[in-house]
Ligand binder design. Structure first.
Ligand code: FES
Length: 122
């Protein structure tokens, strides 16, 4: 049912855990299933220098969260805001259609952290 990449990121998630002094935190809960993600960012000059996550969710949500962190580390905030859940799913060599909403958790948690950070900076 899952690709090798999904199984790899689920079994060995990258960048999992908390961050001691993050510049931004984003928490997001899926209205679809109630699962949640917390994203921690270290930001310098609008670049994501470091990222961690904690996801309470299914295998697809954990694999998507892990892949998302690898895709945006070192990217600008705008590039990270442009990341879609479809791009995360594609990087995992696809998700079953009924699991596509799980990749939203990763993208939406990331976007929430960035948007809150930008809002606070105003
Ligand atoms: Fe909730 Fe996958 S079933 S994120």
């Amino acid at each position: 049912m899952y690709s090798d990449k999904v199984m790899d990121h689920f079994s060995n998630p990258r960048n999992v855990g908390e961050m001691e002094v993050p510049d931004a935190i984003g928490e997001f809960g899926s209205s679809h299933c109630g699962d949640t993600i917390k994203v921690f960012l270290k930001i310098e000059d609008d670049i994501i220098k470091d990222i961690r996550f904690k996801t309470f969710g299914c295998a697809a949500a954990i694999a998507s969260s892990s892949m998302m962190t690898e895709m945006v580390r070192g990217k600008t905030l705008q590039e990270a805001l442009d990341l879609t859940n479809e791009a995360v799913a594609q990087a995992l060599d696809g998700l079953p259609p009924e699991k596509m909403h799980c990749s939203c958790l990763a993208a939406d948690g990331l976007h929430k952290a960035i948007n809150d950070y930008l809002q606070e900076k105003k």
